[in-house]
Design a protein around this ligand. Sequence first.
Ligand code: SAM
Length: 214
Amino acid sequence: MIEQLDDYILDHISPEPDHLKVLNRHVNTRLLYSRMCSGHLQGRLLKMLTAMINPRRVLELGTYAGYSALCIAEGLRRPEARIDTIEVEDELEDFIREHFSTTPLGQRIDLHIGDALEIIPRINRGDWDMVFIDANKRTYVDYIETLLPLLPVDAFILADNTLWDGKIIDTAVNHDAQTLGIAAFNDLVARHPQLETVILPLRDGLTLLRKTRL
Ligand SMILES: C[S@@+](CC[C@H](N)C(=O)[O-])C[C@H]1O[C@@H](n2cnc3c(N)ncnc32)[C@H](O)[C@@H]1O
């Protein structure tokens, strides 16, 4: 029943653009861990949220194949708006650049190879008004603590995988470093005086945050 509903949803949302269909096929045939790729539904949501937020500059942590960055690029409405995306695995660089070059959208994305926490202070210009956190689950708390002072009030932060396949509430299996990292992040943002927080139970859980005035 749930699989049928998933199929129904994909049949009744905006179609996946051709360049992303090709990218998805290449993820499945050429990369490991294809499940990490955002995919059709989350990709359309990222585009829609980007169009709603209408950011000037976006930061993405965790590029993987570049699927989500291309979806965010599709949602940019300001002609000058750009995306910084950071990926730690240098062997993904050729794959990512190859697929960014298949569409003009790729020209709006600046790819940085390296550890997110090292790169953020080097490229920060104080103007990221939208952030997509999707890198190392163990360090989600470090990401939010590093980024919050750098972001303008009213910046939006999206954080992926915050329900972690339901493991977050399964006491039999929620003791590994990744689940503990996400649990600490969820606890922090739920009570943070400078954050407005909503969790969407979409896919693996997507948390939407807004930086508020203290
Ligand atoms: C879930 S995947 C990203 C998926 C992609 N955002 C999408 O939605 O299609 C997570 C990525 O984060 C990268 N990553 C892990 N730790 C990182 C770090 N410290 N800095 C930057 N990237 C990191 C991984 O190599 C992996 O490619």
